[in-house]
Ligand binder design. Structure first.
Ligand SMILES: [Zn+2]
Length: 379
């Protein structure tokens, strides 16, 4: 009587088990690594046969949280849910159940849907959301296709102005979703772009690729360290992914048409990170000058995020072990263009006790934009 469907946009689930009892049904699922070494993202539709009488409740059982990136403490995971295509809301904290051999699982009890319910690791963000941003900012953002993805999907870049070659207007280049499942980064970018639109002609020149790994976004990949090549490890020259090749050529066009000051790459950290938004800076022991310059931007952003959103340890160096030797987006911006490149990491669910909504993400993005614009105006 219940069916799990992963063919919806961003669909991802595996190891499905369904048991229907007298009072309640139980639906077990896990995050599907989609061929990569890490997993975190999940998204699926649970449908029921409307001709049968409802049983009342559904126990949603997330299996193998201990194998998800940052999957501990699992009670800090707060998936989102929507009934019959309505609006998404967060689930309350789940219950972590220990198993006899030391494994664990997370359980959320939900009301049984009339016909179907969608569940996702976090608020999805895809092509319709980019279209809504363009529509709701009333033509401020212009969308152009700068090339195609590895899977031949259009790769879209938004811009508020093309500039002309030799212009000295300060310029920002922004990317999100190099790691396809990291939707909090998208919502923060969305808020930042909405704020920039409110500035009209006084804004810096901004070019942004909102869905960099569009194949992974549509296909429900998590995308961190995935094969054949993690997008954010493919930034060598020559690049190892076609999307990166297309974005690198676009960065060259952008750089010629503004005074390039800052490039930001929007991400999300491990699944249970709750310390707040934070920033990856160049390693001060290897690149003290870059770190100094990056600090001026990160300080401007942090001062506006305030302790409401910013982690206490806001400036960090990415010194976790990497599976890939090749450069990140931010390294490419520094090395090839002398432009400050930052990575901004936004948690999936909480900052301290604050459970994040889409409104919070957008507010954080707007605050980051205020910090950046304030710094530009002081220069
Ligand atoms: Zn990432």
């Amino acid at each position: 009587m219940f069916r799990v469907d992963t063919t919806i946009p961003h669909g991802n689930a595996c190891d499905i088990s369904i048991a229907v009892g007298e009072q309640r049904a139980e639906v077990g699922f896990a995050s599907d690594p989609h061929g990569g070494p890490e997993c975190l993202w999940f998204c699926f539709r649970l449908s029921r046969d409307e001709t049968e009488a409802p049983t009342g409740e559904v126990r949603l059982v997330l299996k193998h949280p201990y194998n998800m990136l940052g999957g501990d403490p699992a009670q800090d995971m707060r998936p989102v849910i929507r009934y019959q295509g309505g609006d998404w809301t967060r689930l309350e904290a789940g219950t972590v159940e220990g198993l006899a051999d030391g494994r664990s699982r997370v359980v959320w009890v939900i009301e049984e849907p009339l016909s179907y319910v969608d569940l996702a690791a976090c608020y999805p963000y895809g092509v319709p959301d980019v279209e809504a941003l363009i529509r709701e900012t009333e033509g401020y953002w212009h969308a152009d296709t700068i090339g195609v993805s590895q899977g031949a999907r259009p790769l879209v870049r938004l811009s508020n102005n093309y500039g002309t070659v030799g212009d000295d207007r300060p310029g920002l280049y922004l990317v999100a979703r190099q790691h396809a499942g990291e939707t909090p980064g998208s919502w923060v970018l969305d808020g930042l772009l909405r704020y920039i639109a409110s500035l009209g002609g006084d804004a810096p020149l901004v070019w942004a690729v909102p869905l960099a790994n569009v194949d992974g976004v549509m296909g429900g990949d998590y995308g961190k360290d995935n094969f054949p090549y993690d997008l954010n490890r493919a930034w060598g020259t020559p690049p190892m992914r076609h999307e990166v090749l297309a974005i690198q050529r676009d960065i060259q066009r952008w750089k010629a048409r503004c005074h390039p000051v800052l490039a930001i790459d929007f991400h999300a950290p491990g699944a249970c990170e709750t310390s707040g938004i934070y920033c990856y800076l160049p390693d001060p022991s290897r690149h003290p000058d870059r770190c100094q310059e990056a600090l001026t931007w990160s300080t401007a952003i942090k001062s506006m995020l305030t302790e409401r959103y910013a982690a206490q340890t806001f400036e960090r160096v990415a010194n976790y072990p990497s599976r890939w030797e090749t450069p990140h987006f931010s390294t490419y911006c520094w090395t090839e263009h002398g432009v400050c490149g930052l990575g901004l990491e936004t948690p999936y669910a909480m900052v301290g006790d604050l459970v994040l909504t889409r409104g919070h993400y957008r507010e954080a993005g707007a605050r980051a934009a205020v910090g950046i614009v304030k710094k530009l105006r002081m220069e």
